[in-house]
Write a protein that binds this ligand. Structure first.
Ligand code: NAP
Length: 310
């Protein structure tokens, strides 16, 4: 008996839990390192209506907790922490997280993607003081206030709709006049009397860092050049995500935006290292597709270890 793990799974979103379920049921005793956002994006969302099997929909946090319980029932182990660096140059692979080091024969990277920020001069100073990327976490604090939401995809629509529970007015600001959002989400937002759309508009800055609260957004119309200030008590971002793969720089291939490159769905260029879910999927990015690739990665691990006589 050695201390080398059969499989370590990085990340505890939909992909990670599904990989854990399958590898636990294959008796591989997977270790899941939960990452810095345990539960991933589903834990920050509200009603999930498009995961098959739930005709009335299910709350994201409940869905992800159920996945975790299901994997744990078959012996998956969970540990807090996220990998800061790794040596994938030889097997077993070495992973560093916190003060600990783990060795593993195979690795499933399911580290997902984290919210993207705009990079405004005062943005970072106001995170937690009215600037947020999570409506479900922070919306409640802005009851009776006017709120701005940035983005033109499903996340922005979902955030705007959710925030109408608290806000007197939600201004949805999008840099173009075409939307990536699905028709159903866009229609819902358009038909909500509390949501006002500002298109062809970008945010140049958020005020007021000196007061440690959001008071207004500096806006600019990209077609007319007009600049003005919009009064708002909060700015919620729904502008997409950045894949969490920096710890593998130089060891695994990425595309120009940092998504891990895979072949045959889940194979990285290092034998024994598989990637699944949002860290490698820039096209579909759905809970169900993340679960699907999590399953594939676990099946590949099982196959490889079996071929190696483990
Ligand atoms: P997304 O579809 O990539 O949309 C990101 C939006 O942010 C785009 O409108 C983009 O503008 C804008 N944006 C990006 N960078 C920006 C910047 N620097 N400044 C201003 N605007 C910027 O991302 P998402 O909305 O997070 O959705 C990701 C995936 O999850 C999608 O597949 C979506 O369908 C899915 N999702 C589904 C649901 C649901 O079904 N309930 C909910 C949430 C997410 P441009 O359009 O101009 O590029």
């Amino acid at each position: 008996m050695d201390n080398i793990r059969n499989v370590v799974i990085m990340g505890s979103g939909c992909a990670g839990h599904t990989a854990a379920l399958y590898s636990a049921r294959a008796n591989l005793k997977p270790l899941v390192l939960e990452g810095h956002e345990p539960g991933g994006q589903l834990s920050l969302t509200t009603l999930v209506e498009n995961f098959p099997g739930f005709p009335e929909g299910i709350q994201g946090p409940e869905l992800i907790e159920n996945m975790r319980k299901q994997a744990a029932r078959f012996g998956a182990e969970y540990q807090h922490g996220h990998v800061v660096s790794a040596d994938l140059s030889k097997r077993p692979f070495t992973l560093h997280f916190g003060k600990e080091t783990i060795q593993t024969r195979t690795l499933i990277v399911a580290s997902g993607a984290s919210a993207r920020w705009l990079g405004l001069p005062n943005e970072q100073a106001l995170i937690g003081h009215g600037v947020s990327s999570c409506a479900t976490c922070d919306g409640f604090f802005f009851s009776g206030k006017e709120i701005a939401v940035i983005g033109g995809g499903d996340s922005a629509m979902e955030e705007a709709l959710f925030l109408t529970r608290f806000a007197t007015k939600v201004t949805l600001i999008h840099r173009r006049d075409q939307f990536r959002a699905s028709k159903i989400m866009l229609d819902r937002a358009r038909h909500n009397g509390k949501i006002h759309f500002l298109t062809d508009t970008v945010v140049d800055d958020v005020l007021d860092a000196s007061k440690k609260e959001v008071t207004a957004l500096k806006l600019r119309n990209v077609k007319t050049g007009k600049v003005w200030e919009l009064t708002a008590s909060a700015m919620f971002l729904g502008i997409g995500h950045v894949p969490n793969a920096k710890m593998f720089a130089g060891q695994l291939d990425t595309d120009q935006d940092g998504y891990l490159k895979t072949t045959n769905y889940v194979f990285t260029r290092v034998p024994g290292v598989y990637a699944c879910g949002d860290v490698q999927d820039r096209r579909y990015r759905q809970a169900i597709t993340a679960a699907g690739t999590g399953c594939m990665a676990a099946l590949e691990v099982e196959k490889l270890l079996e071929e190696e006589g483990r």
